[in-house]
Write a protein that binds this ligand. Structure first.
Ligand code: NDP
Ligand code: TDO
Length: 288
């Protein structure tokens, strides 16, 4: 049996968005594998899955994404975010499969104030960011047929994310204190799913690393304000500095990414974060 596209981590936020977009676009030769069916740390299972499907493409959505917890769980974070990716890359090399992998803005230290390009030095300041960078680096020795999309601040109507957290707390609390001195760009995971499938649908062979988020720049504070406004919640939002919201992991202060390469080389059109947030909020409203 030959299935063209396999999705690992298929039950996570991005995996569910890919299911939605694939259905919308009438893509049927795609198989979604949750962790229970294809743990990326289990090399025997992976080999059997590759041998069965002989995929032209795989999309890796599997990851350890608990940023603060990773500070205490370095081993498991590294196993999933580095070793799991290497397992997939090795099989991609062997089976001549193109690998689409997702990485993060947290590979950057975020000490600058200019949009980050793909060639800017990656200097992670958290365990999560470091293990994701290691995951990027283990691919090339096994295959040159890869796309790595670094994205940031993912949210959607699926799974857990900042937008859903704000909506939940906003309904329970009169006031929310949110950091305003971390700047970046939110990404609607449905848009990212569309971009990943666009790469496959166009048959691009422009392999390499790409930055992909929505357009524009914001802070977590302004993002929260927009969520409350669009959600019609009266929640008072108080801007605070990073130091006033202590967390286990350090997060980049400035992780705005430059998407010029993705737009010019891959032909992607990217919506502004506010437009995509409206779409997501409307869909969340329909679900209530
Ligand atoms: N969420 C965000 O804000 C951002 C995410 N990214 C990247 O985007 C990608 C998708 O993230 P997102 O969908 O939000 O993350 P999720 O945490 O929602 O999904 C990750 C999925 O991977 C699964 N998984 C964990 N370990 C394994 C394993 N060993 N084998 C197979 N599956 C496993 C998880 O299962 P389970 O839940 O059962 O453990 C979960 O379903 C990741 O690479 C992430 O690093 C980049 C920037 C921002
Ligand atoms: C809940 C909450 C968070 N914050 C801050 C903390 C943090 O700096 C920021 C976002 O918090 P979260 O914990 O929701 O998100 P976080 O897990 O930091 O999000 C990151 O996840 C990983 C997977 C990525 O790859 C990154 O791109 C990024 O999306 O908001 C507040 O200021 N007030 C609040 O009430």
């Amino acid at each position: 049996m030959s299935s063209s596209i396999l999705v690992f981590g298929g039950a996570g936020q991005l995996g569910q968005c890919l299911q939605y977009v694939a259905t919308q676009r009438g893509i049927s030769n795609i198989v979604f594998l949750p962790e229970e069916q294809a743990n990326i740390l289990n090399t025997e299972t992976l080999r059997a899955v590759f041998a069965q499907h002989r995929p032209a493409y795989i999309i890796n959505c599997a990851a350890y994404t608990a940023v603060d917890k990773a500070e205490d769980e370095v081993d498991i974070a590294r196993r999933v975010n580095r070793d799991g990716v290497e397992n997939l890359a090795r099989l991609c090399g062997e089976f001549h499969t193109t690998l689409l992998h997702v990485s993060t803005d947290f590979v950057f230290a975020g000490t600058g104030n200019q949009p980050l390009t793909e060639t800017d030095p990656a200097e992670p300041i958290s365990v999560y960011g470091l293990t994701k960078l290691e995951g990027e680096q283990v691919i090339l020795p096994h295959t040159s047929q890869y796309f790595i999309l670094r994205t940031s601040w993912l949210y959607s109507e699926y799974a857990n994310n900042f937008v859903k957290t704000m909506l939940r707390f906003g309904k329970e609390r009169e006031e929310m204190r949110v950091i305003w001195d971390q700047l970046g760009t939110p990404t609607y995971a449905i848009d990212l799913a569309g971009a990943l499938l666009h790469i496959i649908q166009t048959g691009s062979t422009e392999y390499g690393i790409y930055h992909y988020s929505n357009e524009g720049v914001t802070s977590w504070y302004d993002f929260a304000v927009a969520v409350f406004e669009l959600g019609g919640l009266p929640t008072r939002t108080v801007p605070i500095r990073t130091a006033e919201y202590p967390t286990k992991a350090n997060r980049p202060a400035f992780s705005v990414m430059d998407k010029t390469k993705a737009k010019t080389t891959l032909g992607l059109t990217i919506p502004h974060w506010r437009e995509s947030l409206k779409v997501c909020m409307a869909r969340l409203g329909e679900q209530c």
